[in-house]
Write a protein that binds this ligand. Structure first.
Ligand code: VGL
Ligand code: ZN
Length: 240
């Protein structure tokens, strides 16, 4: 027993040294990662109801592996999760005579009517990455009356726990990627920048609903101070 305990202590010390202190929670410069809505319903991989172009198994694997590497480097990982009640106002099925992707005015704003997706407690709403890697999962779109592309707040202006969670964890810089570039990634990145975070969006780790809206979303993010990188490049992230 005694020698086993000693071996464990030595082993742990060795591992700690090997990882250069990261295992002890060494400061990683206030950088956090937000993985946006990597959920079954948004992927072809899971035959999702709102499957976005290019969300095959290879895409999910790439996001999974990259996120695990960031976690291993001790960056806290956050997720957003679209989490709608079945009677949500963004579903075309909840509006008489409407078809998927029709536009309506909702509370005075343009609203795309989506196929029902990410309904609370359904398989399609599940996040496709291992839950254990997330410091926090922030759910959004839970109010029937309002859509919520942003991980920070819904269209009615009601804040999620995102900002207070990041502040509590000392986060000042965010790496953001996921689905969809033109909706939830865009809104989360822009709101993050508006809330005072330095935001870096990674395009190759994100997928958009449509090319034209994705292009506009990238231009808008850049105009609002977000650094858009094609690939994750930690040197550029650290320098920003
Ligand atoms: C999203 C459409 C509807 C997204 C969420 O995650 O980008 N898009 N709900
Ligand atoms: Zn949604």
């Amino acid at each position: 027993m005694k020698s086993l305990g000693m071996k464990w202590v030595i082993g742990t010390l060795f591992l700690t040294m090997l990882l250069g202190g990261t295992a002890m929670g060494k400061d990683v410069g206030g950088i956090g990662v937000i993985v946006v809505d990597v959920q079954g319903d948004f992927t072809h991989y899971k035959n999702g109801s709102l499957a976005v172009v290019g969300t095959d198994a290879a895409y999910v694997k790439m996001v999974d592996e990259t996120t695990k590497k960031l976690k291993a480097a001790n960056y806290p990982i956050y997720a957003t999760q679209d989490w709608h009640p079945a009677d949500h106002a963004s579903f075309f099925t909840n509006h008489q005579g409407k078809k998927p992707y029709d536009m309506i005015k909702l509370h005075g704003k343009d609203q795309v009517l989506w196929p029902p997706h990410c309904v609370q407690n359904t398989a399609g709403a599940e996040i496709l990455l291992d839950r254990a890697i997330f410091t926090a999962v922030v759910q959004k779109g839970t109010d029937t009356k309002y859509d919520s592309y942003s991980g920070f707040q819904d269209d009615g202006g009601k804040k999620t726990v995102m900002d207070e969670t990041l502040k509590k964890d000392g986060i000042t810089k965010l790496i953001v990627y996921g689905i969809a570039t033109d909706y939830c990634v865009h809104a989360t990145a822009v709101d993050g920048a508006a809330a005072g975070y330095k935001v870096i969006m990674i395009n190759s780790l994100s997928r958009g609903v449509a090319p034209d809206t994705s292009k506009k979303a990238i231009e808008d993010m850049e105009a609002k101070g977000v650094l858009v990188l094609e690939d994750l490049d930690m040197e550029k992230v650290l320098a920003f």
